[in-house]
Design a protein. Sequence first.
Length: 561
Amino acid sequence: MKSRWNVAIPSISLPSLIFGNQDKSLPDTPAYIDAEQPDLLHLSFPEYALWSRRIAAGLIRRGLQPQDRVLVYSGNNILFPVVFMAVVMAGGIITTANPAYVARELAYQLRDSDAQFLLLAESSLSTALQAAKEIGYSHDKMFIFDDAPLLGQGMDVGTVRHWKYLIESPENGRAFRWEEGTSSEFVNRTVAILYSSGTTGIPKGVEITHYNLVANCCQLDYLYNLHPNFRSDEKNTRNQRLLSALPMYHGLGLLVYSTVTPYRRLPVYLMKRYNLSAFLNNIQRFRITELTLVPPMVVAMAKNPDVKAGKYDLSSVRRVHAGAAPLSRETCAEFESLFAKGQVNVKQGWGMTECPTTGLNWDEREESDTQAVGEPVPNCEVKLMNDDGTNEVATGERGELWVKAPQLMKGYWKKPEATRETLTPDGWLKTGDIAFQESNGKFSIVDRKKELIKVKGNQVAPAELEALLLEHPAVADAGVVGLKIHEDERPLAYIVRKMGSEVNAQDILRHMCERTAKIKWLCAVHFTKEIPKNPSGKILRRQLRDKAAAEFANAPLRASL
């Protein structure tokens, strides 16, 4: 199925798309604001461009060569998107790492990316030093990263210098010029290596190009402009305010708020870390109009008693997008009930690191009343394939989602075999997601191909069972994996009870038996304090499977009931 829309995608560099002519002045409107200290830490669009140039010039003066990698190992601050743009302006490649990584994980990414610079949060210094020791990484390449330069501050810590030494003067920044390449070779140069979540194996570096991100900006801008209230004109942008607590070390947070929002000239209030009460207070305080959320955030807001009681003024919110993992329509409806009728409609989209930031999304003029993730975005084509990838499935049947689009990754960094396994010679990305097309033409994601549970030869989707479990009034969170039993698999559920709940396994089993075919019945229920997830909210099923294998290896299943 081809998209019903087609947009022109210019052959230009990402900085040229975002900022336009290098000699042209930018509107003096807010770009990034620190949600904790908005009066002290903020950047207008001209300041955003100038700081990006200053850092780009500094990186080059300190030895950055074209296509060198810069690894940012940090949580959020308002200079994170600036560093992203600076590295791209300088001709380098940015890669990011979760600041919660242990030394082994950071060492792997440092070695795999061969990063020439490591910008790290001071709170992660001991881990970074341990990782550096493991692989012989020089301290001369390491820099303490924070927002202190905005206040004219910054301190070295031991043998690790502060990153203020990478920042040139305003005069040198104004004199800096980024390369305005327009050739096919130039726009297809890598600008980012984003590591996949690793839910199905060792993380792989995904190469993203200028053209990929330019295309995605144009695609989303077109979709948003379909709605008269969300057009990127002066009238509308003046009234739009975004709030993000999504981690910028993750692809969704990084690319949405470093490319799409500045392209549309929208102000972003950025939180350094997610906290529900602070998030809700910020919506109220700054009169936020637009949110991009991951499932745990939607669930937390929908089920919070203070929100339900109307203790927060959320009346400014007009648009909510959700992504990274599937959400049931029931949960979306529960979230929507927090607002005046018709005020907010949760629209789920689909994307992946290999297809940033989206491949399936919504016409902004339409209402979502299912758990669908929309239709192909402009210039995008999709099809659903059978298990061995030889034929398309029949209408209404489930199949693996394949995508062909201008925003598809260049390939996996230093992994040609993995690239060949994922990208076909004629340009299709095998996503590994199982989907079906609804009668209205929209697509719904059922599960990951590699995470399906085979029960007597039948495929059972964990996400479907999790959605049903979350409908139980006593369930706060749930994760389902397959448990091997006598050469067969059966679904096993891990459940997080709501506070004060005394629900037992029999209650859960009864709830599921009433709602599913027998092949989908749970073989066991195990109560736990939390479901392991990655930063974007995807369940880490490998961890759950390992946990299940250890806990049930020698124990009869009835012990868990």
